[in-house]
Write a new protein. Structure first.
Length: 564
């Protein structure tokens, strides 16, 4: 059921909580200001689009979401996708794709699919996050160096959207470095790395924007040195929210942009729920993932109507909210109202912010996004994890984020199946042991058994799932069964899963044993495999009295068969 956390929070709201939320909301609003502008620019849209998104989407995500402390708005993860959409389809195409993504997010929440996002492996999340970080970094090199971009690779008339295209463009224009812009950006970047070690409460990005903007204005006035600013690059910034406007919803546009909208929806779902999980670990509370997805969907439908871009839960801003005392969704609402007030009364001053400083902020963000510690830890692990991480990273950077996630999931599934095959085993206990049957796997949980096998009985134990990947192992083991045996006991106490391939293998084993005059007895079967035997009718073919709950009863049944 859709039930925003705001409703629960207001039931026990107090003046003390309000002042905690007020302080946290204002601080997060100030932190979000430079990030909203920077992410908009990195996405290839005007600075105010980031502010509109942070205000509209930030308000709705907090008011309607399933987390008490989630802060929503534009994030770096979307910069790559948005840049590509705007380059190819324009702002109207972006708005259409974002609204469709919003509808998909609502459907995910309504049909209670929030838990499925957890099935995306950590290696994939780490890989595409690092890939996005590198792409954001690449997009800021031009402004960081103050390049005058006048030459483009063959076939392009503006900055390419792909990674290699950007690098080629920078190489063609490398002689146009503005050393003043580079110096300003370098000093700002050093400050961004050093300041958190001095003071973590006051955001470094806010300080560097204020100080650098004042400094560059004074330097230009008294020395004549110039650098690009938001004003010289984009013109004026509106001092109010625009009126809502519907984008182009022609059928041809919807068909073209539908795959892109899936990418936006998946990324929004993954990042928002990941942020909510991080928030839960910091607060000890539990978010409602389906309500959160519905709120994210509503926010992504509303934001484009006001000229915004895709939005999701932002981990850094959510953590800032918690650390500064945010208790309820009211803090997130105050964060959005703070940004609205800044837009109304201080938006005109944003025109003087140097582009080089915003580039430094985005490079700092991309460094923090990259997750070097997580990558280092994964690289010490299994080769399969390293492979998934590397492939996802490379495809994210050089191809496309959606393709990267799909290929990453495919590889993860392949390696998981291979691991299950490697761990699965089918072996004859009479051939491998003397003096009875012994469990060779977990002797602590299953003490050694001493059971005498009657002459004419063989036991095969299946360790692990019996599915399409392990069927051949099973078939090879059964083929080795000596025709002198009259009863084949299949011990399935360690087989918790059976699929159609495994079911067919059992049926073929039954047919092969029938031809040899051998009867199959099943021992210790679990619920899922048994239900599949029932539904398929194989339980009747095997004879229900041949399906026993443990090895003792299976041996008793074997003796009955032998006596007949």
């Amino acid at each position: 059921m859709f039930k925003p956390q705001l409703i629960n929070s207001l039931k026990s709201y107090s003046v003390k909580k309000f002042f905690s939320d007020l302080t946290a909301g204002i601080i997060v609003g100030l932190v979000a200001l430079p990030m909203a502008i920077a992410f908009a620019i990195a996405s290839g849209v005007s600075p105010e689009a980031g502010l509109f998104t942070a205000i509209v989407a930030g308000f709705l995500i907090s008011a309607l979401g399933g987390s008490t402390v989630q802060i929503g708005g534009p994030t770096g993860a979307f910069a790559v996708i948005v840049y590509g959409i705007v380059s190819q389809y324009g702002l109207s195409g972006l708005a259409t794709a974002t609204i469709m993504a919003g509808v998909l997010l609502i459907l995910l929440g309504v049909f209670k699919m929030g838990g499925l996002v957890k099935f995306i492996p950590y290696t994939i999340i780490t890989g595409f996050t690092a890939g996005i970080a590198l792409t954001i970094f690449a997009g800021q090199i031009g402004d960081f160096l103050g390049l005058s971009i006048t030459h483009f690779p063959e076939g392009f008339t503006k900055m390419p959207g792909d990674f290699l295209g950007k690098i080629k463009t920078y190489a063609l224009n490398i002689t146009s470095v503005n050393w003043y812009s580079f110096g300003l950006a370098a000093v700002s970047l050093v400050f961004l790395f050093v300041w958190p070690k001095i003071n973590k409460k006051i955001p470094a990005s806010l300080i560097v924007i204020i100080v650098a903007t004042i400094a560059s204005t004074l330097i230009e006035k008294y020395s004549g040195l110039k650098t690009d600013t938001i004003g010289t690059r984009y013109g004026s910034i509106p001092s109010s929210l625009p009126l809502p406007k519907l984008p182009d919803f022609r059928l041809s546009t919807i068909k073209t942009l539908f795959p892109t909208s899936i990418s936006i929806a998946v990324l929004a779902a993954v990042e928002s729920l990941l942020s909510a999980v991080v928030a839960d670990s910091m607060t000890g509370e539990k978010h409602d993932s389906n309500t959160e997805l519905i709120a994210q969907g509503i926010a992504n439908i509303a934001a484009p109507l006001f000229g915004g871009i895709p939005a999701t839960g932002a981990i850094a801003r959510t953590a800032t909210n918690i650390k500064n005392g945010g208790k309820t969704p009211v803090a997130g609402i105050i964060h959005a109202l703070t940004l609205l007030l800044v837009l109304l009364f201080l938006g005109k001053f944003a025109l003087y912010i140097p582009m080089a400083v915003l580039a430094a902020i985005l490079i700092n963000i991309s460094w923090n996004m990259a997750g070097f510690s997580a990558i280092k830890a994964l690289c010490k692990g299994q080769k399969s994890d390293i492979c998934v991480l590397a492939v996802t990273f490379i495809i994210t950077v050089f191809v496309d984020l959606t393709v990267a996630i799909c290929v990453g999931l495919g590889l993860s599934a392949f390696f998981f199946i291979k691991k299950m095959i490697d761990l699965s085993e089918v072996q004859s206990k009479r051939e491998t042991l003397t003096g009875g049957i012994s469990n060779t796997k977990n002797t602590q949980d299953f003490p050694e058994e001493k059971i005498e096998l009657p002459e004419g009985v063989v036991v095969y134990e299946i360790d692990g799932p019996l599915f399409f990947g392990t069927v051949r192992k099973f078939e090879i083991a059964i083929e080795k069964a000596n025709v002198n045996y009259k009863v084949l006991i299949l011990r399935m106490r360690n087989t918790i899963y059976l699929d159609a391939g495994g079911l067919r293998a059992l049926e073929q084993a039954k047919n092969a044993c029938d031809r040899k005059g051998i009867q199959i007895v099943i021992s210790g079967i679990h619920t899922q495999p048994y239900m599949l035997l029932e539904k398929s009718g194989l339980a009747d073919k095997l004879l229900r009295e041949n399906i026993c709950e443990n090895i003792d009863k299976a041996l008793e049944r074997s003796k009955e068969i032998l006596s007949k």
